[in-house]
Design a protein around this ligand. Sequence first.
Ligand code: UDX
Length: 378
Amino acid sequence: TNVRQNRLSFTTDLEPAVRGADAVFIAVGTPSRRGDGHADLSFVYAASEKIAGALDGFTVVVNKSTVPVGTGDEVERIIRELRPDADFAVVSNPEFLREGAAIEDFKRPDRVVIGTDDSRAREVMSEIYRPLSLNQPPLVFVGRRTSELTKYAANAFLATKITFINEVADLCEKVGADVQDVARGIGLDNRIGGKFLHAGPGYGGSCFPKDTLALMKTGQDSGASLRIVETVVAVNDARKRAMARKVISALGGSVRGKRIALLGLAFKPNTDDMRDAPSLAIVASLAGDGAKVYAYDPESMEQARPLMPEVTFCEDPYSTAEGADALVIVTEWDAFRALDLDRVRSLLKQPIIVDLRNVYRPGDVRKRGFNYVSVGRR
Ligand code: UDX
């Protein structure tokens, strides 16, 4: 981006893009490193080396990738070593976008976190975000390490909220309470807030699983273990398998030879992303116990196919339900919120619905003759 000329240009070559730019954004992946859960920084470092070669005039190197604390220092060191003459500042500027809502989140952010101590970099960053100022998002200027940690802390906190309400849901089932009412009752307290209190089959996706793991590792390596985050990771992992047990128990304790219809495979609606989706663990457990699994997802079946060879993929919710012993709602796509329940009942072999996202009201479904099991509700 060239801020002064308000110009955005596209090129397949890195060099002309970086030369003359006011700011260069690094926005590469930082997947979990195989084996230990640490973030793999090889893409960030490779990008830094390439950028170093092309720097020309004062340039702000902005790191958008989610990186462990101290990565900005390392990027600065790499560039400095390769180009002792270069005039640059490395800034941390984490992104908080959700998949499927990224443009909206970008245009209306709750806040923009910018980590730098360099006053020239501050100026460039303020100018870059000026077009968003109509909505007046707070620009939060902090130190670079603080900014890097803020991103992980935000994701770990949200993952903790979800995991907390998921455990409360389990308790609700035992004591005859309703988790959705509990969530509303606590969420209206401004100190708590109502978002990310929707009980379900556990969080998945490209961020929460990998970022909680990476933060946990940073804590352990730094001698300040984050025991709450460690527990969240373990509880969420176990929960995905527990959801399969919920289906098994709805079917009387065994799914061997039974046909199970799964609606939704993606880790959340409006994406085809299968990374760490709860459906993966659910399918593995059910198929492992001898069930025949049929599934439908509006977007993710192409991604899912190679990951779950034991599944038969169907064309729509109704063909999935046909002849099944139970229908399981795994992802809350809009299309599954308004199913023709009478038609579903006529297609199912047994009228059992396991709703892992609480999209239906128990009374409505039971009235239509279903045996209905959901999460954290009687
Ligand atoms: C998340 C963060 O929200 C975003 O700020 C960050 O930049 C990237 O990670 P994303 O992974 O796209 O975004 O999805 P999100 O909508 O946050 O959902 C994450 C997971 O939590 C999903 O599996 C979702 O089903 C689950 N979830 C979310 C719940 O189970 N209950 C909730 O109340 C909210």
